[in-house]
Design a protein around this ligand. Structure first.
Ligand code: FES
Ligand SMILES: [Fe+2]
Length: 444
């Protein structure tokens, strides 16, 4: 089977990264679900490649450009980012009790920490004395037995409980039980940590993720290590996201970089799209393509490979977790991108480069290879994808185009925008219902 692999095989999707891994480590056992999925996915790709086709939606999807403008921003943040569970941390970032991650998303400083009981909890990173973040900065990873607020040294346990007030006799009597850190809904599943930004909000991950949960399980993400976290600036969050859910642009925008690297010999692209979750359109997506390029000789050989020999070497999938995550990885590792909207025309991406290799156990050559790959994918995404995002943003603001067109071959992008529209419509309907139910109160 190795003979069928093109250089870079198994990693040929947008923003994917070849993992630093010995071949035998990539040959990991597949569960019955994985094996079945692999066969189905490779079959679809082989058929498409032979026929010169790709997965197609019934029609082109047209989206008014206004949905990318400031007037849509608040509503999208309220309808989506403040209501849905967001994948804010990987379990491997918080491997040990006391490990924590502080980050800022929208106007919410978030603190995620693994307690002594091994449970992961999330809090608003705000001291209950006078509001300072209880970590030295609001954007860091660390390990601690307790959080000591830098301002007046109030002390909080890793389960959020206020355990000590500095100079308590001078400060005066307080009810410590009512002054614990304010907890946010949080749940850890199969190597991923989901948090809601709204206190008291409940979420059902089984329902929200649907079949994507089984897809995530296959990645065995709890075995990963993070090797680098470059941060990249881009334009509006949806313009940024659009580049993660179609491979149509790869032979063109990435012609001299990724496309060349993967030795593709055709300007066509094959992608298969599947949606997972409670909606017909997802909201989560799996986008996949072949892993051997379009070399006719390899294609011819592929026809003789029995289905039972199909492996993940023949296919690479990019999975998105609505609304802000792209996972271009297999169980050996890859790239997990987190898109943080900052304002209507600005987004910051944290690219988490992950692998099953512990950085501490890697040789100097392996470390150098990983650093080179991180540098390559940082440059490609920054100079090609995100540079284009700013160009798109400037272009659509001119009014020269009134609609964005998503082709029949861009099913993942179509599903993403249909999902955004669904949650915005649901939010509007609930708001409308609430204001109709209490007209006097809403006026007040
Ligand atoms: S603000 Fe934290 S101890 Fe005062
Ligand atoms: Fe791209």
């Amino acid at each position: 089977m190795e003979a069928l692999l093109a250089p870079g095989a198994g990693n040929n999707q947008h923003a994917a990264i070849p993992a630093v891994c010995a071949p035998q480590e990539i040959e990991m056992a597949q569960s019955p679900y994985e094996k079945e999925q692999t066969i189905q996915m490779v079959k679809r790709v082989v058929q498409h490649a032979a026929a010169g086709t790709t997965d197609s939606t019934p029609e082109i999807y047209k989206l008014p450009v206004e949905t990318y403008f400031p007037q849509s921003w608040d509503e999208e943040m309220n309808a989506i980012f403040r209501r849905l569970p967001l994948m804010l941390a990987l379990s491997c970032e918080l491997r040990n009790p006391g490990d924590y991650k502080a980050l800022q998303i929208l106007d919410v400083p978030v603190l995620i920490v693994r307690g002594d009981d091994n449970k992961v909890r999330a809090f608003i990173n705000t001291c209950t004395h006078r509001g300072r973040a209880v970590t030295p900065t609001s954007d860091e990873l660390g390990n601690t037995k307790t959080f000591v607020c830098p301002y007046h040294a109030w002390r909080f346990a890793t389960d959020g409980k206020l355990v000590a007030v500095a100079d308590p006799r001078k400060f005066g009597e307080v009810d410590k039980c009512s002054l614990n850190l304010r907890e946010l809904p949080c749940e850890e599943r199969v190597g991923f940590i989901f948090v809601s930004l709204t206190r008291g909000m409940t979420f059902n991950l089984d329902e929200y993720l649907g079949g994507m949960l089984e897809e995530l399980t296959c990645l065995e993400a709890d075995k990963w290590f993070v090797h680098g976290r470059p941060r990249l600036e881009s334009a509006n969050w949806k313009i940024t996201h659009d580049g993660y859910v179609e491979s149509y642009h790869i032979p063109f925008l990435h012609r001299t970089t990724l496309h060349e690297l993967w030795k593709r010999e055709s300007l066509s692209s094959v992608s298969i799209y599947d949606a997972y979750g409670p909606l017909d359109c997802g909201p989560h997506q799996r986008m996949g393509g072949n892993a051997w390029g379009y070399d006719p000789a390899l294609m011819a050989k592929m026809k003789d490979v029995p289905e039972s020999d199909y492996t993940e070497h023949h296919f690479h999938a990019v999975r998105t977790l609505f609304p802000m995550i792209s996972i271009s990885a297999n169980k050996a590792g890859g790239l997990v991108s987190q898109l943080f909207p900052i304002s209507s025309d600005r987004c910051v991406t944290v690219q988490n480069h992950v692998s099953t290799r512990d950085p501490a156990s890697m040789s100097a050559e392996e470390t150098k290879a990983m650093q080179d790959r991180i540098a390559l994918y940082t440059a490609v995404v920054r100079d090609e994808d995100y540079s284009s995002s700013f160009s798109i943003q400037a272009g659509i603001k001119t009014g020269a185009v009134t609609e964005m067109l998503f082709g029949r071959n861009e099913g993942g992008a179509q599903n993403f925008h249909k999902s955004v529209a669904h949650y915005v419509a649901q939010y509007r309907a609930e708001k409308q219902a609430a204001s109709s139910a209490t007209p006097t109160e809403s006026k007040a």
